[in-house]
Design a protein around this ligand. Sequence first.
Ligand SMILES: [Zn+2]
Length: 662
Amino acid sequence: MSVGRSRRQFVKSMVGAATLSSIPNLSLAAQSSPVPLGIPEFRPAPLGSILPLGWLKLQLEIQARGLTGHLDEFWPDLDKNSGWLGGTGESWERGPYYLDGLVPLAFLLKDPRLIEKANRWIERTIANQQSNGQFGPRRNDDWWPRMVMLKALSQYHEATRDDRVIQLMDRYFAYQLKELSWRPLREWGKYRWQDEVLSIAWLQDRVGERRWLPLASLLQKQGYDWATQFKEFRYTQKMDRASLGFTPTDPLPDRAMQTHGVNNAMALKAGPVWSLFSSNPTDGLGLQIQLNALDQFHGLPNGMFSGDEHVAGLNPSQGIELCAVVEAMFSLEQSSAILGQAWIGDRLEKIAFNALPAALTDDMWAHQYDQQPNQISCSLRERPWTSNGPESNLFGLEPNFGCCCANLHQGWPKFASSLWMRDLEGGAVAGLYAPSEFRFNAGAGTAVVLVENTDYPFSEDIVITVQTQQPVQFPLSFRIPEWAANNSIQINGESTPTAISGSYATVRRQWKTGDRIEIHLPMRIRVRTGYRNSLSVEWGPLVFALNLKERWVKLRQRGLTADWQVLTDSPWNFAIEKDSLRLITSASSSAMPASSLFSKSGNPVSVGVRARKLEAWKEMDSVAGELPQSPVTSTEPGERLTLIPYGAAKLRITSFPELQPE
Ligand SMILES: [Zn+2]
């Protein structure tokens, strides 16, 4: 048994010492290709090979009972008049966005009702491909919505092995290669080219040929140069309508596209995805360079950057759009596999366990367009957004604009199907943690099932048990988060050497049925310093926020759902004592909890803190006004406050002024 050894070292040694064909799962065609294939560190597990268990299964079932399972029954943009179903209705991104989340949800839950719903769209899309290779609504030839539908189709193929998808993509790529010379990428497609290049990489991986390299190159060439934007980052301030260059009549100016929150979230994967074709590993660094720039000038304490709907600076009263949250997650899921770096999983979990549940009601029937880390009311009021309207932080069907209503569905399902990856030796990689079951074939086709039991991120302990047809050798790798110092991994009760936090620990040995792996990832309360020296509180991958008493006021019924304002009479203007933070845990949840762990009633952990009110910190323009520069002093009486997980607190303070230590 050996522990450690970096993936990159291993891949390098394999490539140097052996022919590529001796690496399982790597296409033979890569050897003879004129341009060497960029080798991903890991490969995503195909949809269907991971099944959710425990709290994660419950979360997906809540989603299926909520908006995702019923949206097409009452939202006109998804009804049978959709252009994607052959009608004359919405013919752009909303159908594909919905499918991109509905397909993985349906197959993760093996839910016949949802599979039937998804099939309707997929069948229509496949059956109506034109003889020239074009597919999708005839009345809209925009490249962008097709980029989204390709992602939904590739997931459908993973779950069903329906090779009509391969044929459709192959014919479409041939058509597009001819068309792009006179009808180049424009508007959204120009800024989101990497999402299609990802589908090209997916297809080439399936068919074992590099035939679509010219198309990938053309998309990259016509697409926006994100790498240069972040090497020479100019957008270091909050944007507004004037600095964006808005006019009442013209389409969005380039500046607005380049500072658009969702475009930026999608672009996080541009460098890693392009590195698969350029074979230049430095392209993969684009992710880190982009995140560093966004964090420095626009970072928020929920793991995201501000974008409401353009980059908005560091103030935690600014918002971030739900589309940007789910797209950042998808970008990080893909980048995590391509680059094989543990920090990417840390960041992904921070967004998934905080920013994602925060923007959705506990029953997943309503969502926000923009969420704020410091969010003291959700009401129909103008707020100091860069460009969004007065509905943006309501919880509802389609507050502000309907894109998030169509796009939110991919968040939890793609997270679930990204928990495990494969390595190039045929082993398994735990890239994210949540209760699940992973089925794959290890060496010589031996079927293996790994069952992961845990309440993570509400628990420090993860237990994985192995089932195999017969004893079989393969590597098992585990992501050790940066924050998990003094972690331990035990195999059948025996300790392995301590793994370095912020890396993958790999155990190579012969595995047999009944082997038991216990991973302990110690979580400590951590304090992060942010805007104007304010403090935000973390424990493991969770962020904590002040628990304000919420009053939900229905604004109007919207078909099967409703739009809501959320108001509070609770005081929120507190400064906290850094040294007084204490963790409070209630009894650990059962294997199948009764309610979402990201709800106020379901969450099993909270944090106590001593605080004093800060009278000078007041509401302004319906948001928490400018944060006082920390440290601060207050003569108000000391109080004991409770902080709860960020995702459960729909009204909250996340960034607190720090009380000057006495
Ligand atoms: Zn959106």
